[in-house]
Structures are given as C-alpha cells and as structure tokens.
Design a protein around this ligand. Structure first.
Ligand code: G1P
Length: 297
C-alpha cells in the first residue's frame, strides 16, 4: 500500500468543559499558548510532516476556528499601510490555501472514534494522520514528522506513546507491547481507559496517530466502549485482533496535556521561557514568585 501520508484529521468537536467559562464562547483550540492558538501548533506540526489536506471535525459553536484560518484582508491591509511587516509575516503564516482545509460536523458527541469515522469519505483509500490539538508536543523534530519517517519503515497503524505513572494510566489508551527496545514497539493489545490496577503497561497513547483506511472500516464492527463512547482505541485494537500490525512510537519531545488546566499552564510557561523576548522577565518573575502569590486573586 501507498505510504504517503498527506491527509490529517483534527478532531475539534469537544466542548472543552474543563475550561468553562472561557469555552462558553471561545473554542478551546483557539486558547493561546503565549500568542498562538493551540490549533496553530497542531497545523504547523502537520505541515512539517508533509500533510497537505487538513480535515477538521467540528461541532456547533466552533465557527471561530473557521474564521481563524480564513484570510483577513482588512487586517493585512492595515498592517501593510502602517509598515508593520513583521506582524504581517506572522499573520500570513496562519493562511491556508483555498481547498486544502475541510470542515465537517460531528452532529452528536459520541466520542473520539466517532469523530474520526465522520471523515471516512474524505479520507478514501489512503493512510492518514490524526492529531489531537490538546496534546502539544515540543521537540527538535516535530512528533508527527518522526512518526511519518518511522511509518515508511513499518507500515501498519502507528500511535504515539509515552510512559506515564501507574496512577495515570486510567486516563489514557494503554498499549500492551511485546518488548520495549527501541522507539518502535509492536503492540499485542490496546485498551481505552483501563480501570485502576488493570492496565497492561504504563505506555499511554498520546494524541498522534497514523492509520489505515482499514481502521475506519473497523468502526462497522465495534460498538460503544469506555465511557459509553465510540473509541478510536477500540477501532485500532481491532487491527491487532485481525492480525494486522499496530505499533507504538516512543517519540522524542516534551508533551503537554493542554486538555487540563495544569498542563496548559505548564505549556504556557515552557513556551514563554523559550521566547527570547519573554525569557528574562518571566524567569525573574518566577524566581520571586512565593512573595507574589496574592497578585492575581
Ligand atoms: C484520548 C484517547 C486516548 C488517548 C488520549 C491522549 O482520550 O481516547 O486513548 O490516550 O486522548 O491524550 P481523551 O483525552 O480525549 O479522554
């Protein structure tokens, strides 16, 4: 089978209730790390991996996302007129070519697997990537690019994975693996959100996937899984049951769980400290923090 991965699905239909009240009117994917929305990090990572077609699975209330990727001619003209060329450059990096981005709606919140399966017709008969924008991964080589390169060797289905503490496994999809040498590990099982104490390992699935159309076909076979939702993990696990290859890829990089407030704040600090123009001032603030904890109450 052709191993070029040129399409990616971005499931962005979730309500983001953990960030209410902000997410009452702002999609969580538009929330910013420093000055760039979460979704921009996901798009940049996809582009670096060679993705050319971007499929957003959205829901009611997410139109701000569509506006974000639209051209902003008035804003561009104003910046041009006032000679703000640097800002103009920054703005232009958010532009998407016409026809490369598709939005489709998940009408019912039936789970991540269901969201991905909504894109089945747009994917057709080729391998594709899935990126969960909540999982922000900082690294020298972007995570999806690492995976696309590994996938050229392996084929099959591939999920990003990392070790988490045993207390955390029940919040993730978890892999059962044959052995643990090297970055590519072959899965012999996969379970979504195992009950505490029952996880087959502490290798958690992180939100980057390279999948085959066969995984989409598996949605015809599986029912509802953990939490009463249609789970992507279950459709991938079906591949293993059918004797087809599934690999975990132990990526290099730092992953931030931006679906949680603590993770989002950690990412904010880390990405700000990585900026030349912010580092010194922020580091000085953090260093004297205990004296300052009343400030934002
Ligand atoms: C989803 C997946 C889960 C995966 C996780 C990674 O869960 O269902 O398998 O481990 O993303 O972030 P969620 O975080 O949406 O509950």
């Amino acid at each position: 089978m052709n191993r070029k991965v040129s399409k990616a699905i971005f499931p962005v239909a979730g309500m983001g209730t953990r960030f209410l009240p902000a997410t009452k009117s702002v999609p969580k994917e538009i929330m910013t790390l420093v000055d760039r929305p979460l979704i921009q990090y996901a798009i940049d990572e996809a582009r670096a991996a060679g993705i050319e077609d971007f499929i957003f699975v959205t829901s009611r209330g997410k139109s701000a996302l569509e506006d974000y990727f639209d051209l902003a001619p008035d804003l561009e003209a104003a910046l041009e007129e006032s000679g703000k060329t640097e800002l103009l450059q920054i703005l232009r990096t958010t532009n998407m070519d016409s026809g490369t981005i598709a939005y489709l709606r998940q009408h019912k919140a039936l789970g991540l697997g269901h969201a991905v399966s909504c894109a089945r017709k747009l994917i057709g008969d080729e391998p594709f990537a899935v990126i969960l924008p909540d999982d922000v991964i900082a690294g020298e080589k972007p995570c999806l690019q690492q995976m696309v390169e590994a996938y050229q060797e392996t084929g099959g289905a591939m999920v990003a994975t990392m070790e988490v503490s045993p207390e955390q496994t029940s919040a993730y999809g978890v892999l059962d693996v044959e052995d643990l040498t090297g970055p590519i590990v072959k899965a012999r099982g996969m379970v979504e959100k195992p009950a505490p104490g029952t996880a087959p390992s502490n290798l958690a699935v992180i939100g980057r996937y390279i999948l085959t159309p066969q995984v989409l076909a598996n949605f015809d076979k599986i029912g509802r899984g953990a939490g009463g939702e249609i789970q992507l993990t279950d459709a991938i696990a079906e591949e293993i049951r059918s004797d087809r290859d599934v690999f975990g890829y132990r990526f290099e990089g730092e992953r931030y769980d931006c679906g949680s407030k603590a993770g989002f704040l950690q990412a904010t600090v880390a990405f700000a400290l990585a900026r030349d123009e912010l580092r010194d001032e922020l580091a000085a603030f953090l260093a004297q923090l205990p004296a300052n904890t009343q400030a934002a109450q």
